[in-house]
Ligand binder design. Structure first.
Ligand code: 0CN
Ligand code: SF4
Length: 322
């Protein structure tokens, strides 16, 4: 599906669709905004609410205070947990300090936590595919630290050992590369033929849809610009997928001003996409800059329509009127 406008220069932009905010990010950002409206500043937020510099800076300007751990929050204050989820230990430490909490964990991350709890209860060895140090895997692993081992990509499979090869399941972080995860799973399955699959996809719909769209777009592009922050797993994956799918070059930028004009030399077609934590205004900024440099044809490459939305956390839903 595309709406083409050709220009004399023939230089054009392809826009991947879907891109940008997913349902879980939309809910998490609105959670902090509504908490500020309802309770006034400051509202503490444990970790970046979503992994986007612009979103975090904008909320800081409105009175959010971002902290690394709950012990930095004053006793009795209000703290929001980020979209990436927290372990039970974090809930406990917040309760110990009498903090009021609002949990903005994406429901699709919570689903993976439930899976981890269920398979730990049944005494499975859980192989959690994900990136070491990422907040989401810390939260998920924290649900069942005695049963979960982290598998950080295909090359870490050699190090995995399990207690009983007939009781092993893999789960994953929600924001991984689908293709790389499948490689990791097939390496795991070579080693453990009885490996069980998760009950449903852990890599979420938004991560998958953005990768499918960039894959469809990249072969037509000399350059793919991904808007997103360096610590955003799903955004970084889009650069990798663009390169694997045939883009000559691909870069991750937070803002239009991060674009090096040398990247545009000799380029006729630039693809643009953005991570699940990226507001559309940042994509508009990149498009404006490209248009100033002669890229005035715009076509979209659409591979899915997204309609999912999540209700706000209960504490922030409007009171029901009868
Ligand atoms: O960029 P994000 O905040 O997080 P990661 O891609 O690094 O996980 O996007 C929202 C994803 C979630 C959960
Ligand atoms: Fe939820 Fe997926 Fe968005 Fe993460 S990327 S917040 S798991 S919908």
């Amino acid at each position: 599906m595309s709406s083409a406008e050709t220009t004399p220069s023939g230089k054009k932009i392809l826009l991947a669709e879907p891109r940008g905010y997913c349902a879980g990010v939309d809910r998490a950002v609105e959670t902090v905004e509504k908490a500020l409206e309802k309770h006034g500043a400051p509202v503490y937020v444990r970790k970046e609410i979503v992994h986007n510099r612009h979103v975090v800076e904008t909320l800081m300007n409105r009175g959010a205070i971002f902290v690394d751990e709950t012990d930095e929050v004053p006793e009795g204050a209000l703290v929001v947990f980020s979209a990436h989820g927290v372990s039970p230990a974090v809930h406990d430490s917040a309760a110990d300090r009498n903090l009021r909490t609002i949990d903005a964990t994406c429901p699709l991350v919570t689903k993976v936590h439930q899976e981890a709890k269920r398979f730990a209860r049944d005494d499975y060895d859980i192989l959690l595919i994900g990136h070491e140090g990422h907040e989401e895997v810390e939260g998920t692993a924290g649900e069942a630290p005695d049963h979960v081992q982290l598998v950080d990509g295909p090359d870490s499979v050699d190090r995995v050992t399990v207690r009983d090869e007939s009781k092993v399941i893999w789960l994953s972080q929600t924001t991984l590369s689908v293709d790389e995860t499948m490689q990791t799973v097939s390496r795991l399955r070579e080693k453990f033929p009885l490996l069980n699959d998760p009950p449903s996809d852990d890599i979420c719909y938004a991560t998958q849809n953005r990768q499918v769209a960039v894959k469809a777009m990249a072969p037509q592009c000399e350059l793919v610009i991904v808007v997103g922050s360096q610590n955003s797993s799903n955004s970084v994956r889009l650069v990798e997928v663009a390169l694997q799918a045939g883009a000559n070059a691909s870069y991750l930028v937070d803002y239009a001003r991060d674009i090096d004009l040398a990247w545009l030399e000799g380029v006729q077609t630039v693809g643009i996409t953005s991570g699940a934590s990226v507001p559309e205004v940042l994509v508009r900024g990149v498009m404006d800059l490209l248009q100033e440099h002669g890229f005035d044809g715009v076509e979209s490459v659409t591979t899915a329509q997204e309609t999912l939305t999540f209700a706000l956390p209960r504490e922030l839903r409007p009171a029901r009127t009868k």
